[in-house]
Design a protein around this ligand. Structure first.
Ligand code: NAD
Length: 294
């Protein structure tokens, strides 16, 4: 499999497509936005003017699109354009039901398909260090693995159709909740006269240790590389965190799971974003909790 069509060349898709090109794949990319097509061409991706042109001759099609509705619509078009046996890999973060719809469309055409959402953000996309969480048959996962290895470091087969999205939604619910927990602790520590560094030194080696603290600390200082040290430029935008927490809410209500902290986290991010902070990094929620702005 050497010919790949890449659909959706945004913040994540563009660097992922560029990594495939660098690894020697012949990549034709398509995005509705002309600016994205131009940016892709500058990275060595062959920019196609239409979806049809992008998928002509492709052995595999990778999609990296905003939401479930986009993924289902594009798969509806794809199955009219690609031959039986084409591998379809969707890396977008979407609801499990949409992921399963896309798998169903692929199966009707005897195409192998994988839902393969990612963790690692734009930094991971550029550095090809993403984690891929995959759902689909063993055969589809085996076919997709060499392509995903070019864009990521860890590739996990989570189960059948939609299992990758399920893992992504659960993981990001943990992240949303834990970022708020860490932020609340820093705000309380400030009120109690604790320095950020002192709290970090204790909690990062104690039972409060978690990724939101040690790798993505929401206050400037203790971890110099985090968005807190650069005015909360994302990183991972608060609007995307809310999107994922809403997916968790929908999944919890559809499956009857009790997720009260996930619901509370979604409510807090909703308030944060309504205040105009959707484009800021999600760790900036510490400022709202401090009472110093939304
Ligand atoms: P983005 O908005 O930057 O890019 C999406 C691109 O898809 C846009 O360029 C848009 O023009 C294009 N598009 C939309 N509909 C299309 C269509 N029908 N045909 C062709 N192109 C179309 O978004 P992003 O940040 O790249 O995120 C993409 C996906 O990855 C989302 O599902 C997001 O939740 C997920 N994700 C993002 C991050 C992150 O840090 N940005 C991290 C993990 C997962």
């Amino acid at each position: 499999m050497r010919n790949i069509a890449f659909i959706g060349l945004g913040n994540m898709g563009l660097p992922m497509a560029a990594n495939l090109t660098r690894a020697g794949y012949a990549v034709k990319g398509f995005d509705l936005a002309e600016a994205s097509r131009r940016a892709a061409a500058a990275e060595g991706v062959t920019a196609a003017a239409t979806l049809e042109a992008a998928v002509a001759g492709a052995d595999a099609v990778v999609t990296m699109l905003p939401k479930g509705e986009h993924v289902v619509a594009v798969h509806g078009d794809l199955v009219k354009l690609v031959p039986e046996g084409t591998l379809l890999i969707d890396c977008s973060t979407v609801d499990v039901a949409s992921a399963r719809k896309a798998h169903g469309l692929a199966a009707a055409l005897r195409c192998l398909s994988v839902d393969a959402p990612v963790s690692g953000g734009t930094g991971g996309a550029k550095a090809a260090t993403l984690t891929f969480m995959c759902g689909g048959s063993q055969a589809a996962f085996a076919a997709a693995t060499p392509i995903l290895e070019t864009m990521g470091r860890k590739i996990v087969h989570c189960g059948g159709a939609g299992a990758g999205q399920a893992a992504k939604i659960c993981n990001n619910m943990i992240l949303g909740i834990s970022m708020i927990a860490v932020s609340e602790a820093f705000v309380l520590g400030e009120r109690l006269g604790l320095s950020h560094q002192a709290l970090f030194d204790v909690a990062s080696t104690s039972s409060g240790q978690c990724w939101a603290l040690t790798s993505y600390c929401p206050v400037p200082g203790p971890v110099p590389t985090t968005p807190a040290n650069s005015g909360y430029r994302p990183g991972f935008a608060a609007a995307l965190m809310l999107k994922d927490l809403k997916l968790a809410r929908e999944a919890a209500s559809a499956s009857g799971a009790m997720t009260p902290l996930g619901a509370a986290a979604a409510g807090l991010y909703e308030t944060f974003i309504t205040g105009g902070s959707g484009d800021r990094d999600f760790s900036a929620i510490v400022e709202m909790l401090r009472g110093g702005g939304t």
